[in-house]
Design a protein. Structure first.
Length: 120
């Protein structure tokens, strides 16, 4: 389980980098993150994506926030990101989205900022 202090430091660092508060800003657009359920397990989502006329299963525990519900509820739309197979520190946007109730999670682990590659 990720400690609250570690999550805050990680997320603060990533947010500062995305805003340009760090010297080495790379022009990144995204803070990928992982969510942890109340039982301490990492949340993993599954989705279906059409690729070259075939439906494939997309499974990931790394996400990026797309939007929060306009009614100010605790729901948000997340995009599943996958790790690029040749570069473990790079992510690929899947174009697969899920809507979650953020109140179901107890912690978040922000990862370093990145610009995901286009949908595969």
């Amino acid at each position: 389980m990720v400690s609250r202090r570690h999550s805050e430091i990680s997320c603060r660092t990533s947010i500062a980098a995305l805003r340009g508060d760090h010297q080495h800003l790379r022009g990144d657009t995204t803070i990928p993150f992982m969510l942890y359920c109340k039982d301490g397990q990492r949340f993993c989502a599954h989705g279906i994506k059409e690729k070259d006329g075939v439906y494939v299963c997309v499974k990931s525990s790394i996400f990026r926030a797309v939007k929060r519900s306009p009614d100010h509820s605790s729901c948000a739309v997340l995009e599943l990101l996958i790790i690029h197979e040749n570069h473990p520190s790079h992510y690929t946007a899947t174009g697969t989205f899920i809507k979650v109730d953020l109140s179901c999670f107890c912690s978040i682990r922000c990862l370093g900022t990145t610009t995901p590659r286009k949908t595969w």
